[in-house]
Design a protein around this ligand. Structure first.
Ligand code: NAP
Ligand code: HSE
Length: 427
């Protein structure tokens, strides 16, 4: 018998209980022993839970789980940094095998927890932390162990992708689409982590840690969310042959690691453009392999439970086979520096809300041109007046981020525009 302590029994924890019950015989045959979720830590014991849960195992006392010497594995699906970090630190020191889906904790303290696990000879497995049910952690950690990674780009927040898709395809408001994502169990307990890009940034740090062997605990990733993407941006993007997606991008550059999270225009015929709804996708560029695309459901109870239970099966097999800690020891981390965001080179989409006055366009293109930002296409929608603004949208050639930011600051400060310019990078 492999005995498990489950920290948290919400969306993901409930999925874990359901999946373990549904596939109990198959999983037991694979592990060579049945898996028993012996203790379950929650906040509110009175809350309704999945039917498969034996409620007698619920506790609100962390000591009842962490102090139970009979447990082999601790599965953390409670979220947040505190007290999850302290609970996992204690469990590692007690020699437990660990599974977590907590990307925030991993982005802020992952290297620390991994190194602690390596010293103690236990496994810290975290497939559920990125991409929901997509096995991207295993691919980076194991399947691509013989290659080095030049970069990766992905749609890694299911909630944001769901919202962007529902707004574009079905004309839903941002608020209505977010409410649906929450109801389906995709969103974080604090959904601003989804829509403001923090969750994608956490996942990017976890991916970059594995892809580049980088110790990145607590690094600050340039992050923008999807709140500023309006229906008119979707319409203009389509007119230019693109769709707006929320991307997490990591590149290995001579100057350091480039890590950024933001909405991006993605060519309509590219694979990432066709990843809709709650689906996630991660495109990895191996130096020997070339491009590799992984996609699947990126959030929700059962897809995430597939990853968490797969980790549980792995760490249980390792424990039974006397090789606990072996898989985690293979992860090597070294200090890394981040390349400055100002050095990023990309093409850009701008939307200016301009008053229709003589010379306005010349002044805007002049402010861009002075800084070396050259226009590839320009569209004016309708006709404004000297008092009623009109949207003017531009696509640029390749330009440097620092030059673009300087030009947008100057244009935004002029009385030619009614509100700050909207900028979306082209991927
Ligand atoms: P959730 O539905 O809010 O569930 C959290 C669970 O943890 C609840 O059972 C809650 O107890 C318990 N909990 C939270 N803080 C606690 C505390 N201080 N003491 C005791 N129990 C506590 O969250 P979730 O969506 O399952 O997400 C859990 C983790 O998985 C997070 O790290 C999240 O980022 C990650 N994740 C989520 C998804 C997804 O699609 N939802 C996918 C991948 C990864 P009560 O039930 O009593 O409130
Ligand atoms: N809130 C996250 C998302 C859950 O929407 O992608 C999966 O990590």
């Amino acid at each position: 018998m492999i005995k498990v302590g489950l920290l948290g029994c919400g969306t993901v924890g409930g999925g874990v209980i359901q999946l373990l019950r549904a596939n109990a015989a198959y999983i037991a045959a694979r592990v060579g022993a049945p898996i028993d979720v012996a203790r379950v830590l929650v906040r509110d014991p009175a809350k309704e839970r999945v039917a498969e849960l034996d409620r007698a195992r619920l506790t609100t006392d962390p000591e009842a789980v962490l102090g139970d010497a009979s447990l082999d594995v601790i599965v953390e699906v409670m979220g947040g940094v505190d007290p999850a970090r302290a609970h996992l630190t204690r469990a590692i020191e007690a020699g437990k095998q660990i599974v977590t889906a907590n990307k925030m904790l991993l982005a802020l303290h992952g290297s620390e927890l991994l190194e602690r696990s390596q010293k103690r000879g236990v496994d810290l497995a975290f497939e559920g932390a990125v991409g929901g049910g997509i096995p991207v952690i295993r691919v980076l950690r194991d399947a691509l162990a013989s290659d080095t990674i030049a970069g990766l780009a992905g749609i890694v927040n299911g909630t944001s992708n769901y919202i962007l898709t529902r707004m574009r395809q079905d004309g839903l408001s941002f608020e209505a689409a977010l409410a649906e994502a929450q109801q389906k169990g995709y969103a974080e307990a604090d959904p601003s982590l989804d829509v403001d890009g923090g969750d994608a940034a956490h996942k990017l740090v976890v991916l970059a840690m594995l892809a580049f062997g980088a110790r990145l605990d607590g690094v600050s990733v340039a992050t923008e969310g999807i709140r500023g993407v309006s229906p008119i941006d979707h319409a203009f993007a389509e007119r230019f042959g693109y769709l707006v997606k929320h991307l997490a991008i990591a590149k290995h550059r001579a100057a350091g690691l480039e890590l950024r999270v933001h909405p991006a225009l993605v060519a309509k015929d590219s694979p990432l453009a066709n990843i809709n709804g709650v689906l996630n996708a991660i495109s990895i560029e191996g130096r020997a392999l070339g491009p590799c695309l992984l996609s699947g459901r990126g959030a929700g109870d059962l897809p995430t439970a597939v990853s968490v239970v797969a980790d549980l099966v792995d760490v249980a097999i390792a424990k039974k086979g006397g090789v606990a800690g072996l898989a985690t020891r293979a992860i090597r981390l070294a200090p890394a520096i981040l390349a400055p965001m100002g050095d990023v080179e990309a093409r850009y989409y701008f939307r200016f809300s301009v008053y229709d006055r003589p010379g306005v366009l010349a002044r805007i293109t002049g402010a861009l041109g002075e800084r070396g930002v050259s226009i590839e296409q320009l569209v004016q929608q309708g006709r404004g007046t000297t008092d009623v603004p009109v949207d003017v949208v531009m696509l640029t050639h390749e330009a440097k981020e620092s030059a673009v930011q300087a030009a947008l600051t100057a244009i935004g400060a002029s009385d030619d525009v009614a509100k700050p310019p909207r900028m979306i990078r082209v991927h």
